[in-house]
Ligand binder design. Structure first.
Ligand SMILES: *Cc1c(COP(=O)(O)O)cnc(C)c1O
Length: 395
């Protein structure tokens, strides 16, 4: 065997995003024991930082030791018991994954399906909630497979009105657009580290409201998975002796260095300011969109519901979707995302997430895309495309 040297890449797909040198340096610091007092204070700081970032001062916040899907699985397995009714809105890949998990937890799952590219329709969700008593409403705030935002405040409000707990997937939205657990009244919110937080994949920050914790405490049967059982997790993450927690008991070995990385990514984000970061994502999206439109390309999603951090661009007739991605990877070391499911071969997904949401990334992406389109015989004026983006960047 030989040391693995990854190729140089610029990451502008659906995640992971580029990781900053500061986070990479943090990951390489010496490993210490996960029960070391110094590590415990790092854990406390991360919990507090996540409460601030989710705006969830009354929620219990921890980073789960696995990627974003772990947050989804923890939400479903902890909240649902066999026979519970769950309403799951599906408008892309990740809503479908939530419904699958809810079924595996033994719930009776009612799905509210939408065309891909559309936001979740609150009226149809409300109709499903009104049919029968429901334990949980789940939906995706930022659907990464389509580039669509849904109205989380309204959907969480509907859950409350119908006495259901709300589960909100914020894997892609956290750090890129406003996420506000307190204002929404969301019960469970989870995210991942490799999208707008720009840390490597492998951790899933999650926040649980008091009502969600009470529902878990009142379960009739044990949570069916052990690693993500919130009762056991909180005995570990709950807090050191003397701080109101029960004293840490061994549950699993926390991924020590990965948590250094998450911690540093949160330091970086708070240095910039969460609000400033959302403004940056919006500005970079507008510049990219100006270039995309100047190239004669179109977005899948109407402007009101577009995600700034995930741009779904329709592949023009006669253009080979995969060949364009292969070209930009080979010639420009640039990773773009492909379409999934019904959008396979039909769209590119361009990520502007975290460290990958900079003017340099916008310029590189447009330059590479024009080059690839010209290589396919589609004539685009790259100078005009870059000028359109530059006009927005200078505003
Ligand atoms: C990426 C993503 C996930 C899954 O996260 P993993 O880290 O890949 O497990 C879930 N939901 C959404 C909306 C995502 O974008």
């Amino acid at each position: 065997m030989q040391t693995f040297q990854p190729p140089r890449r610029v990451l502008m797909g659906p995640g992971p995003s580029d990781v900053s040198p500061r986070v990479l340096a943090a990951l390489a610091r010496p490993t210490i024991g996960h029960l070391d007092p110094a590590f415990q204070s790092l854990m406390e700081e991360i919990k507090g930082a996540l409460q601030r970032l989710f705006n969830a001062p009354d929620h219990a916040c921890v980073p789960l030791p696995a990627p974003g899907t772990a947050g989804m699985e923890a939400a479903m397995m902890n909240l649902l018991e066999p026979g519970d009714r769950a309403v799951v809105a599906i408008n892309g890949v990740f809503g479908g994954r939530m419904a699958d998990m809810a079924g595996r937890a033994g719930a009776t799952v009612v799905t509210v399906e939408h065309e891909w590219g559309q936001p979740v329709d609150p009226a149809r969700v409300e109709a499903a909630l009104a049919e029968a008593p429901t334990k949980l409403l789940a939906f995706v705030h930022a659907e990464t497979s389509t580039g669509v935002r849904s109205d989380a405040a309204t959907l969480c409000g509907l859950a409350r009105k119908h006495r259901a707990l709300s589960v909100v997937d914020c894997v892609t939205s956290l750090g890129g657009i406003a996420v506000d657990a307190a204002a929404w009244g969301a019960d469970v919110i989870y995210s991942g580290t490799q999208k707008c937080l720009s840390a490597p994949p492998g951790l899933s920050p999650i926040a649980l409201s008091k009502a969600a914790q009470a529902a878990i405490a009142g379960r009739k049967e044990k949570v069916r998975n052990w690693l993500l059982d919130f009762n056991l997790l909180m005995a570990y993450w709950g807090g050191p002796e003397g701080s109101g927690g029960g004293g840490r008991t061994y549950h699993h070995t926390a991924p020590v260095n990965a948590l250094y990385g998450l911690h540093e990514s949160l330091v970086v984000l708070f240095e910039e300011g969460v609000q400033a970061a959302t403004v940056r994502h919006a500005r970079m999206h507008e510049a990219l969109a100006a270039g995309i439109e100047a190239a004669g390309l179109k977005f899948l999603v109407e402007p009101k519901w577009r995600l700034p951090m995930l741009n779904t661009v329709i592949v023009p007739d006669g253009v080979d979707e995969a060949a364009v991605r292969a070209h930009v990877l080979k010639a420009w070391d640039l990773e773009l995302g492909a379409g999934l499911g019904p959008l396979k071969g039909k769209v590119w997904r361009i990520g502007l997430m975290g460290e990958s949401a900079t003017p340099w990334h916008v310029r590189l992406c447009l330059t590479a895309l024009c080059d690839a389109l010209n290589a396919q015989g589609v004539s685009v004026d790259s100078r005009a495309v870059l000028a359109a983006a530059e006009g927005r960047l200078q505003q």
